[in-house]
Design a protein. Structure first.
Length: 201
């Protein structure tokens, strides 16, 4: 038994992409000194936490598969980010959802968890009693949006120039676009019924 049994049943969550959404994108970085939160990321997460959303980081980390990132270094970076969130903004994450697999190729089968697949979100929902229909995915590329939509979430795209392909389909069309996590949080709070966020009516 874990402390999650004390959480409100069928809680709404916000899944936040890591690189380019929560922190500035430094490819394959494991150096804590290079971690920089994106503009208004901390105040956005604080607003979501005050509204009782569960908060998860949902991230693809193919460097773990090809050796450019070692698990101990990634775990240390993750611990550093957790500590920074606690120290700088009094935010405690509900969990990390990490895909450690490389993209599918002619010789490999696609995993079920690498975004744009919805596996990271679906697994977190099953483990933490999350209602995906009342939850959100926030990311800086359309693979994040597709993962959210395929999981049944609403979606927000941080339109900051990190998406370069723009292969748009109905599953890859965000419900809303904005430029930082602070604006995303404000939109999410304004467009989620109080009961969905675990608030009193």
């Amino acid at each position: 038994m874990t402390s999650r049994t004390a959480s409100p049943p069928h809680r709404a969550a916000v899944f936040v992409d890591k690189d380019g959404t929560l922190i500035e994108d430094v490819p394959y970085n494991t150096n804590p000194a290079r971690v920089r939160f994106t503009p208004n990321a901390l105040c956005g997460l604080q607003q979501l936490a005050r509204c009782n959303f569960a908060l998860f980081i949902a991230t693809n980390q193919p460097g773990l598969a090809d050796g450019r990132i070692a698990w101990p270094a990634f775990d240390a970076l993750r611990a550093h980010i957790d500590q920074r969130l606690r120290d700088d903004a009094a935010i405690g994450l509900d969990g990390w959802c990490v895909c450690p697999h490389a993209p599918a190729s002619a010789s490999t089968v696609a995993c079920a968890c690498r975004k744009p697949a919805p596996g990271l979100l679906c697994d977190a929902a099953a483990a933490h009693d999350i209602d995906l229909a009342r939850s959100w995915m926030v990311g800086d590329i359309l693979d994040d949006i597709e993962a959210g939509r395929r999981a049944g979430c609403s979606t927000v795209l941080l339109d900051v120039g990190n998406e370069t392909v723009w292969h748009v389909t109905p599953q890859r069309e965000p419900h809303h676009r904005c430029t930082d996590l602070g604006a995303a949080a404000a939109w999410i709070v304004a467009h989620t019924p109080p009961a969905a966020a675990g608030l009193d009516a």
